[in-house]
Design a binder for this molecule. Structure first.
Ligand SMILES: Cc1cc2nc3c(=O)[nH]c(=O)nc-3n(C[C@H](O)[C@H](O)[C@H](O)COP(=O)(O)OP(=O)(O)OC[C@H]3O[C@@H](n4cnc5c(N)ncnc54)[C@H](O)[C@@H]3O)c2cc1C
Length: 508
């Protein structure tokens, strides 16, 4: 069986133990963990995989320096535990798909001696909490060292800085790698399949069947399952009420906007952490696959499938970029923008209803609805997707399936084993880099599908269009441009040029 829709639709004839709703980071993690525990899994996603929050993150594999600061300031043990968990997940994430995630140096600029000490101690603590899983030790830098090593930083008034390490990932392709691995091990994974309703037992009101539509063929399916896991991120509440209309909302969304600039605005491979904006936020300036990512904001929002950046957000991010960068950018220099919605969990329901989203804890919770037995995994972040999945299945086995909890084995389960990449020795360096960065050991298979460039000056190949359709379940041009390649999230004009060459290859 291949990772294409036809093969997955054939698999729908099989019987299933668990249905997972949602094909973002969380659903993908749950699908793999459940499959490795021996369950027969069906995952349905109403759009493309990762088409919502999971492809619109800041792409950091991190514990969260800001959350550590909040934990220490407020003596908040809960927040501290969350940072600890995420810091210990970083290395696992990097090790299990090395071509999709790597260490990233981040510099925190300091403008007073007090700040130098404050951040030095903070980053030292960050390293210590990571223990043996630390990626690389942080270090203090003088103003001279920064001017020499990081010419892109505006050095007026600078007193020094602290360099520390987190990870950077290709979020959309990482989720795809998890899903492909779950499918390879026996799961049925289908995109453009929307959950419509549940069929409940007449007496118990427990979920017996899931009813969903294939949005491409309009065909409806009713499939019996033993358990359902709701992994729909910001959309969690809409699925919870399908199972039990009496459930009160638990989620609150917060919008995070990013802008992208061409690489010329930021030299080198090191990112910048702006630790405190005037309104108490954290902003990152991150070198990102030949471009520069600047973000993000954090404001309460109403749920949307297509959140768009506001002019005021663009202006805000550009103005902070210009404060810290030696090369100044204007709004016209922005090559792309994207906005994600954080699935934040309301911890104290009543008091949090009107609260500021910056103060909501980014941790997760597994809820079992006592009546329908729907299991909802809520909150969390990309970095902790694997722990979230493991916690979800432990609860499901204990409280819904009522079986002994099986061990979680995803920690050491390599998603994409490193192996030799078979590409011709004389292949153009830009094509080699493009294919190995995106497809890792499968780069040779992609190249074998067709080696013609789509545009003379770009490494995107005709063969990729065949590969992403037949082996990565891409259906529309947006699936290709925004998630399989990610180019429309970095350079909207280039994405349009690529699409124009072969418009007929995918639906628009
Ligand atoms: C701006 C921003 C920056 C972030 N940066 C980072 C970061 O740098 N590092 C980090 O670790 N975390 C980060 N996060 C957090 C992280 O991105 C999210 O926690 C994570 O992606 C959530 O994944 P998810 O699978 O729960 O939700 P989603 O990715 O939203 O997936 C839920 C899926 O459910 C599907 N769905 C909904 N309803 C149905 C239905 N009826 N039938 C079928 N499918 C359905 C949706 O289409 C969607 O694809 C960031 C978040 C935001 C918003």
């Amino acid at each position: 069986m291949s990772f294409n829709r036809l093969d997955q639709i054939h698999k729908l004839k099989e019987t299933f133990d668990i249905c997972i709703i949602g094909g973002g980071a969380t659903g993908a993690g749950v699908a793999l963990d459940a499959t490795l525990r021996g369950y027969k899994v069906l995952l349905i996603e109403k759009g493309d995989f990762s088409s919502q929050t999971s492809s619109k993150s800041t792409k950091l594999v991190h514990g969260g320096v800001r959350y550590l600061e909040q934990a220490v300031r407020n003596l908040d043990w809960h927040q501290f535990r969350m940072v600890y968990k995420a810091l210990h997940e970083r290395k696992t994430l990097l090790q299990n798909a090395p071509h999709l995630a790597h260490p990233l140096g981040l510099l925190t600029p300091c403008y007073t001696h007090w700040e130098r000490w404050y951040y030095r101690i903070g980053m030292w603590l960050y390293d210590k909490i990571s223990g043996s899983t630390n990626l690389k030790s942080s270090r203090g830098l003088s103003k001279k060292e920064i001017q020499h090593e990081f010419p892109s930083i505006e050095s007026q008034y600078l007193r020094g800085g602290v360099l520390y390490y987190d990870g950077q990932m290709n979020d959309a392709r990482y989720a795809l790698a998890i899903l492909k691995e779950a499918e390879r091990l026996g799961a049925c994974i289908l995109n453009y399949a929307c959950l419509n309703s549940f069929e409940l037992g007449q007496k118990s009101l427990k979920i017996k069947k899931v009813v969903f539509s294939d949005l491409l063929s309009q065909e409806s399916y009713t499939i019996a399952v033993k358990a359902v896991i709701n992994a729909t991120g910001p959309f969690t509440d809409s699925v919870r009420v399908l199972a039990n209309p009496r459930l009160k909302p638990r989620m609150k969304v917060s919008r995070g906007a990013h802008i992208v600039l061409p690489a010329e605005f930021w030299q080198g491979e090191t990112a910048l952490l702006i630790p405190k904006t005037d309104d108490g936020r954290v902003i990152f300036v991150i070198p990102w696959r030949d471009y520069v990512l600047v973000g993000t904001t954090d404001d309460p929002d109403t749920l949307s499938e297509t959140p768009r950046i506001l002019d005021v957000e663009k202006e805000y991010l550009i103005s902070y970029f210009n404060r810290y960068s030696s090369k100044k950018a204007s709004l016209e220099d922005i090559s792309a923008t994207f906005v994600g919605q954080r699935p934040l969990l309301q911890v104290q329901l009543d008091s949090a209803m009107n609260s500021d989203t910056k103060s909501l804890v980014r941790d997760h919770e597994v809820e079992v609805d006592g009546r329908s037995k729907l299991v909802s995994i809520m909150g969390g972040k990309w970095t902790t997707y694997r722990v979230m999945a493991s916690d979800t299945l432990d609860v499901l086995e204990r409280e819904v399936l009522r079986v002994a909890v099986k061990p979680c084995v995803t920690k050491n389960h390599v998603l994409v084993p490193e192996s030799l990449v078979f590409l011709p020795a004389d292949i153009a360096p830009d094509i080699r880099k493009h294919l190995t960065d995106l497809y890792g050991p499968k780069a040779g298979d992609v190249y074998a599908c067709g080696s013609e460039r789509l545009l003379a000056d770009e490494p995107y190949l005709e063969g990729e269009l065949i590969y992403v359709k037949e082996q990565e379940m891409a259906v529309t041009w947006e699936d290709v441009l925004a998630r399989r390649w990610g180019i429309s999230m970095r350079d909207e004009a280039l994405a349009e040029r690529l699409k124009a060459i072969k418009k007929e290859a995918f639906a628009s």
